[in-house]
Design a protein around this ligand. Structure first.
Ligand code: ADP
Length: 598
């Protein structure tokens, strides 16, 4: 490569010098011919006979100014030099007179035999009068392409080239190296693909082009292949997305909350129900750890068990999610590991199912409270009976007065027990659906009047007044006569029990096109707003002294409401403390069990 670069540079220099030499020769020729012509016109005498003419000398000086000028001679016909101007260091070549033209200006190349110097010579005959009297010769050094004087220049040039060549080489290498590497890689790729490959692939352009073409073919095949795979993949992806959407919608529509944690404890899926049960916005759950979105430390602790640990078996816990000022709520959480079907040791994460267990919890709580209440309610009359019977067996039994008192008390307590037990039985049966409603045509007026009279009769002697406003023509209804009577009786008994001296009890019934309303009003102690919320609960009794002064077991209203609801009716209460209460039973005619009996 160094040789090639040197050759190129030398060729360029040579061409430049050659061109330069041509230029010099042309210039010498132009000047030489002009000069010879001018001097020959001056004539032989003007050139050889002193004193020299000024114009002739001016022409001669002009010729001497040229750097290539070598000699100017004037000779006679015999060849004897009459006058001459010779540049320093030049030896005028010998020429025979016979070689000189006597008629015209001529040009020729002459060589000085001794020094070997070459000259471009112009010569012409010189006239004296009309006769040729002599010859004029004007010589210029021929410009040689390689001149000794320019050797330093060449040396400098060669040295520069020599020094620059490694630099060029380095630069070229830098440029070519990536190409070389690419070529090698191409070779390696093709070798992998089963194409023939040499250890070091040739850098020759046709080889590279061929290799590139093979590579392009292989690449095309690959691209076609990959495009096919991509289409298949896209179809699979669409299918997977569809299946995922279907699974998600399935999980979304579950009545339970579902939360999926990955093996590091980060939530990957949660349905709306989870967000509702845990009272957190759904969008703040996904992609985060429970500690980052859940304020309940017990829930976080439960979920954190699965963070980073692969827990086998399932765990369940119930959380009280009651918020202040809202109804009680319990949520049960069950966590199950998500195992691979083929390898049960491989666990992908955890699924947690949340379920609202408020109803079950309350029912469980209610049933144990119910049992406790029943035991308590039974204990009071039984204790009283036991106490009196013991006293009767003892000394006090001798007293006729005490025996009468004991008989009355025992009778009252047995009555109380029997009411309690029958109320409890009715309620339990109604609740478990064991009690069948025996519907019959009930004349509402007669039923209400009968119940009213019984209660009023029982309250004879009390300081209360009773009023009944039930239209005789009120429609007969289809209802369970005994149950309806229990409900009305309970309301009337309460109106008497929680009334005040001089108060009133009013029973009314009204009929509209759509409904029948039965109302029991009193002018008694009234009900506080807090009690109003709970008086229909089983065994609930107000703590107010005016209520506690009366005996009762807190089942009457609960039973009455159950009965009304069983007849598809509704029970409401209005009350003003100290002024009285009003209980309303309303039955829609067309849809209830209580309907116009024909
Ligand atoms: P009990 O009368 O045996 O206590 P009930 O179920 O009939 O049980 O009534 C529950 C509670 O409702 C009573 O303890 C009382 O506090 C309240 N209540 C019911 N009826 C009236 C009424 N007419 N006036 C005032 N308070 C009443």
């Amino acid at each position: 490569m160094i040789g090639a670069s040197l050759l190129v540079i030398v060729s360029i220099v040579f061409l430049l010098l050659f061109h330069d030499a041509r230029q010099q020769e042309r210039a010498a020729r132009d000047q030489g011919i002009d000069l010879v012509r001018a001097l020959s016109q001056a004539g032989y005498d003007a050139l050889v006979t002193p004193p020299a003419r000024l114009d002739v000398m001016a022409i001669v000086r002009e010729g001497l100014n040229n750097d290539a000028f070598a000699y100017l001679t004037v000779s006679n016909l015999a060849g004897g030099v009459q006058r001459e101007f010779v540049a320093p260091g030049v030896i005028v070549p010998e020429v025979g007179v016979a070689d000189l033209s006597t008629s015209m200006i001529e040009e020729r190349h002459v060589v000085n035999d001794a020094s070997g110097t070459r000259f471009l010579e112009f010569h012409a005959p010189l006239l004296s009068g009309r006769q040729v009297a002599g010859f004029l010769r004007l010589g210029y050094r021929e410009a040689s392409v390689l001149q000794i004087g320019e050797l330093p220049f060449f040396a400098t040039m060669a040295l520069t080239v020599f020094l620059l060549t490694p630099l060029f080489y380095f630069m070229l290498k830098v440029e070519v190296d990536p190409l070389k590497r690419a070529n090698e890689q191409l070779g390696a790729l093709l070798a992998k693909d089963g194409e023939n490959s040499t250890a070091t692939p040739s850098l020759a352009l046709p080889d590279m082009a061929e290799r590139f073409k093979s590579f392009a073919d292989v690449a095309r095949e690959r691209i076609d292949d990959l495009e096919g795979q991509r289409d298949e993949l896209q179809t699979s992806l669409k299918l997977a997305a569809y299946q995922r959407a279907r699974t998600e919608s399935l999980l979304q529509s579950l009545p339970e909350g579902v939360l999926v944690l990955d093996e590091t404890g980060v939530v990957r899926f949660a349905n709306e129900r989870t967000a509702t049960l845990l009272r957190v916005p759904l969008e703040s759950i996904i992609g985060l750890r429970p500690a980052e979105w859940c304020e309940r430390t017990d829930v976080v602790a439960f979920l954190a068990r699965y963070e980073g640990r692969l827990v086998q078996g399932h765990h369940a816990e119930t959380f009280d999610m009651t918020h202040s000022g809202t109804a009680q709520r319990w949520v049960a959480a069950t966590a199950l590991p998500l195992m691979s079907r083929s390898d049960r040791a491989q666990i992908y994460g955890t699924m947690v199912v949340f379920r609202d267990v408020t109803a079950e919890h309350l029912a469980r709580q209610g049933s144990s409270e119910f049992v406790a209440q029943v035991a308590h309610e039974l204990k009071t009359p039984i204790n009283t009976i036991a106490m009196y019977s013991e006293s009767l067996q003892g000394g006090e039994g001798d007293s006729a007065e005490f025996r009468i008192e004991a008989a009355n008390v025992i009778h009252d307590e047995v009555e109380r027990l029997s009411t309690l037990i029958s109320d409890m039985l009715s309620i339990t049966r109604l609740e478990i659906g064991a009690m069948n409603i025996e519907r019959s045509r009930v004349k509402l007026h007669d039923l209400l009047k009968d119940a009213f009279d019984t209660v009023a009769r029982g309250a004879r002697g009390s300081d209360l007044s009773f009023r009944i406003e039930v239209p005789r023509e009120i429609s007969a209804v289809a209802a369970d006569k005994n149950l309806l009577r229990i409900a009305i009786n309970n309301l009337l008994t309460n109106a008497v029990k929680y009334n005040r001296p001089g108060g009133t009890v009013i029973l009314t019934a009204e009929e509209t096109d759509d409904s029948i309303r039965i109302t029991v009003r009193d002018t008694g102690v009234g009900i506080t707003p807090e009690d109003k919320e709970r008086i229909f609960d089983k065994f609930y009794r107000s703590d107010r002294p005016e209520v506690r002064a009366k005996s009762g077991h807190g089942l009457g209203l609960s039973l009455a409401r159950e009965i009304v609801q069983l007849h598809h009716g509704a029970m409401t209460v209005n009350s003003v403390i100290g002024q009285g209460s009003e209980f309303v039973m309303e039955f829609a005619k067309e849809k209830g069990l209580i309907r116009q009996a024909v």
